[in-house]
Write a protein that binds this ligand. Structure first.
Ligand code: ZN
Length: 658
């Protein structure tokens, strides 16, 4: 464990709440302590109320905040006296507990306080820190976890058996604390869940956490159960498994009832863990700490039998639901983690970000399982305890409240010529609708256009078939398939009459504007066929198709041929539920090639001002990249679900086209 405390940084904090923010972020920075919203922290402060009297307020992490990035606004200020009174109640249902927490805050705009707020309140220390440290859950997820914890910590910690987070856990901790604590106590271990530390100052509480978790790590190291190595296994190449991966995604999406991102991950221990002969046993015990179940489900799918997984999940629900206090609605029966000898790990999520979180959690879960196995056997909580967390009424309420997901949530689009102009605007329009996007461009800047998990930029020469195939395979590996293509990349060489047009120039235009799109369509066809909502292709054509002009023979011919290719594809692939439609934009000037100077000179050439030139169409309106992109995205959406083979102008009205 590395102590990240820096006196200079701490000295810059003006008060205890700022120190609370500072040390919470230190905890959040260490992924072996907390992951993705896990853990929580608090500070108790005396502050004046509106009438000049002092009151004690517990500032506790608000739900929806992550320790790594938490700010002062992320702490919910709850009146401490009320929390202590609540702790005296013999019982309190969780929804009413949350109601009490929310209605006894001193700031209306504060987030909903952590459900562990009462537990923080009853601990008689100014600062309280709680994590789900890998080392601690490794030790406690074993048959003799409690004895090992006592061996490691002696009287330094209070030990609390597993109880689900919420009011009952706070009550039990209060009892155990009263019975076991003494002057030596600096923390509390919750078996199969995590660890608390506490102290009079932010630094004391933080450093006690580091020291306590460090002791667990030392113990594991002594028992050769820390950082357990696995042999390096070379993963199967992306292209070799792309079709099978897309089939798996199709199966999981069908089971889930909505499209999902399936991210294949081959780094670190994933491939070797997935190939362990005992993976069917050690990976089928349960999560390392119960709140992971919301992200990962209780068990991974080992292999590819999605139907068998679903049957087992339904049986799990049928077995445990009757014991719940109130009736539950079954969640989808689809896995979130897939361990497969050939794929390695596949992380499943409604979005690419969700899938990334699943992969992060499972990377730590593997370390925990390997460590506990080295100690003699990984033993997670029984299924009924995990069920209670997965189907907690607070989680079910969130589910019912949950708004409509974006139109393309879980879907994957590929856009070419995506670094600028219409292509870049298409990437934005698709991502704004929730799609994951594979963006191709010749420009190296494509790699860094967005840092979102739903974005994969690949530098690629579309006229090179091998590069295209590799890019498609990488895209499928990243997100699990391909639902939409926006074929935008193209070149427009300057005016050249036919009698002077060199063969090489003609062929170059054809290679990029036409041939590349044949390759893309052909190579993506197997994936589009598997798209959960049907495949969609949008061709960015040109006004030149219906209304060609002199001096652009190669460009006009290439776009016309592409248009015909699209129409034939619409006929051939309708039976595969793939729709192909074309847009014909004209005079879109907010792209890289149209500099202020070029615009000014063209306008002058026609005797127009720049503004008149931009609006030189029937509607006297300016057409932007965004206008084209929004329509391209809509063409992929439900409005056009019954349209294929269409050609739509986006040109403000052109008298030659009309
Ligand atoms: Zn916890």
């Amino acid at each position: 464990m590395k102590n990240l405390w820096q006196n200079a940084e701490a000295d810059a904090c003006g008060n205890d709440l700022q120190l609370r923010v500072y040390s919470s972020r230190l905890l959040g920075r260490d992924k072996s302590l907390v992951l993705h919203g896990g853990g929580n922290t608090s500070v108790k402060m005396r502050q004046p109320d509106l009438f000049g009297s002092d009151e004690d307020v517990l500032h506790v992490k608000g739900s929806g905040w992550d320790l790594e990035t938490i700010a002062e606004a992320g702490f919910a200020p709850v009146r401490l006296d009320h929390l202590k009174k609540l702790a005296q109640l013999p019982a309190l249902a969780d929804p009413e507990m949350v109601n009490q927490l929310v209605t006894h805050q001193t700031r209306a705009a504060a987030p909903v306080p952590s459900v562990e707020a009462i537990l923080h309140a009853i601990l008689p220390y100014r600062f309280v820190d709680h994590t789900h440290a890998d080392a601690v859950v490794t030790v406690t997820n074993t048959a003799d976890g409690e004895a090992r914890i006592r061996e490691i910590y002696g009287d330094k910690v209070v030990v609390v058996p597993y109880v689900m987070p919420g009011f009952d856990l706070a009550r039990l901790c209060a009892q155990r604390f009263a019975a076991q604590s003494g002057p030596q106590t600096i923390g509390m271990v919750l078996l199969n869940h995590g660890i608390f530390s506490f102290g009079a100052t932010a630094q004391e509480s933080y450093e006690r956490m580091i020291a306590l978790v460090g002791l667990a790590e030392d113990y594991l190291r002594r028992h050769h159960a820390w950082d357990v190595a696995l042999p390096q296994v070379p993963p199967a190449p992306a292209a070799a498994v792309a079709r099978d991966l897309a089939q798996l995604r199709a199966d999981i999406s069908q089971l889930a009832g909505f499209p999902v991102v399936v991210a294949r991950r081959t780094e670190g221990k994933f491939p070797a863990f997935a190939r362990r002969p005992d993976v069917g046993t050690i990976a089928q015990q349960g999560p390392a700490t119960p709140d992971h179940v919301i992200r990962t489900k209780r068990l991974p799918l080992v292999g590819r039998d999605v139907a068998a997984y679903a049957a087992a999940y339904r049986a799990y629900f049928a077995e445990h639901e009757p014991h719940a206090k109130e009736r539950k609605t079954m969640l989808d029966a689809a896995p979130r983690v897939v361990l497969d000898a050939e794929f390695g790990l596949c992380a499943v999520g409604r979005t690419a970000q969700d899938a990334g979180i699943v992969a992060d959690i499972y990377a730590h879960t593997i370390d925990i399982i390997l460590g506990a196995t080295a100690l003699g056997g990984y033993r997670a909580l029984p299924a009924r305890d995990i069920f209670d967390v997965e189907y907690w009424d607070l989680e079910q309420a969130k589910l019912k409240k949950g708004g409509k997901p974006p139109a393309f949530a879980g879907e994957v689009a590929l856009v070419t010529g995506a670094a600028s102009g219409i292509g870049k605007a298409c990437v934005e329009a698709l991502m704004a609708r929730g799609a994951a996007v594979v963006a191709l461009d010749l420009q190296a800047s494509i790699g860094t256009l967005s840092d979102k998990a739903a974005y994969l930029g690949i530098q690629c020469d579309v006229s090179d078939e091998a590069q295209l195939k590799a890019a498609i395979a990488r895209g499928v590996e990243a997100f699990g398939g391909m639902d939409m293509l926006v074929l935008n990349a193209g070149i427009f060489p300057g005016g050249c009459k036919i009698e002077a047009l060199p063969t090489a120039d003609w062929q170059r235009v054809m290679r990029i504007n036409l041939d590349a799109n044949l390759v893309l369509m052909r190579e993506c066809h197997p994936f589009l066929k598997l798209a959960p909502r049907g495949g969609r292709i949008v061709i960015i054509g040109s006004k030149n198709v219906p209304a060609p002009g002199p001096g652009a023979a190669a460009y006009s011919a290439s776009k016309a041929a592409l248009n015909q290719l699209a129409r034939v594809a619409a006929l051939e692939w309708g039976g595969d539920n793939i729709r192909i439609n074309s847009l014909h934009p004209n005079a879109v000037f907010d792209t890289g090639i149209w500099t202020e100077e070029v615009l000014a000179s063209r306008a002058k050439h026609y005797g127009l001002t720049v503004d008149e030139y931009k609006r030189n169409n029937v509607l006297k309106t300016e057409v932007t990249s965004r206008d084209v992109a929004e329509l391209a995205a809509e063409l992929c959406g439900p409005l056009f679900a019954k349209t294929t083979g269409a050609q739509i102008p986006v040109d403000g009205g052109n008298d030659r086209v009309i």
